[in-house]
Design a protein around this ligand. Structure first.
Ligand code: B16
Ligand code: MG
Length: 224
């Protein structure tokens, strides 16, 4: 195994923007008198803005035309952008910056593979843009996770084979997308939700490239 690239999801992996997505969707759901729980929110993680709206409308048993749906998606996004306007590098999840530095020091390429159309704005606010050799976000793909498009485009841009990439993901749809791409996947979060990933870690706190390699070995997963 010769891993050459690490591909990171954004929301829930590098920064906890998932809570702001939830707040904005919850606000919209309340306006539409739809009961939308934290458990329902798990289905929205990693999927596109429009697909998220479709899931919420399905929960509320509401059917709308595309023009009305566009308006609602824009409304949610305006609230979301307002919520994330206060993001600073202090909001980067614990250990992420040191982990990225250790990955770079080991000559592994770094890519972003996010469904979010707000990725560039968020990376700038976090001051993380310069770590990335390739950035594939929601503005560059047409198929939402679990489709592998976002990760395959990243590998292609880096000129690296899918089986030489490890994806870091916090969402079920993202883990499925990584596996569909023929890549390895490290789940970030809880094993109950991410059981299809080859390895699951709670986050990057106290983690670096060497520790990840060792951890992979102890789980009998030859990640590197
Ligand atoms: P936006 P990721 C995803 O980002 C989020 O997990 C998901 O909840 C969101 O609907 C999607 O981005 C689209 O985001 O509305 O900002 O374009 O986890 O793939 O980094
Ligand atoms: Mg995510």
């Amino acid at each position: 195994m010769n891993i050459k690239a690490f591909i990171f999801d954004l929301d829930g992996v590098l920064v906890d923007t998932a809570k702001y997505h939830y707040l904005a969707w919850k606000r919209l759901a309340e306006e539409l008198s739809i009961d939308f729980s934290l458990k329902d929110n798990e289905r929205l993680k990693g999927v596109s803005r429009m697909k998220s709206l479709d899931i919420i409308l399905e929960i509320g048993n509401i059917k709308l035309d595309n023009i009305a749906k566009d308006k609602l998606a824009q409304k949610k996004n305006a609230w979301y952008v307002e919520y994330i306007s206060t993001l600073t590098p202090k909001d980067i999840l614990p250990g992420v910056t040191d982990f990225l530095k250790s990955v770079k020091a080991n000559n592994i390429k770094i890519a972003l593979g996010s469904a979010s159309k707000n990725s560039m704005l968020i990376l700038q606010k976090l001051d993380l843009t310069s770590y990335f050799d390739s950035i594939i976000d929601g503005t560059k793909v047409s198929k939402a996770k679990p489709d592998p498009e976002v990760f395959l485009k990243g590998a292609l841009e880096l000129n690296i084979l899918p089986r030489q990439c490890i994806v870091f993901e916090d969402a079920q749809a993202g883990v499925a997308a990584a596996i569909n791409a023929g890549m390895y996947c490290v789940g970030i979060g809880s094993i109950d939700i991410l059981k299809d990933a080859q390895l699951v870690i709670p986050g990057f706190f106290n983690m670096n490239y060497d520790k990840l390699v060792k951890l992979g070995g102890s789980f009998n997963v030859e990640l590197l």
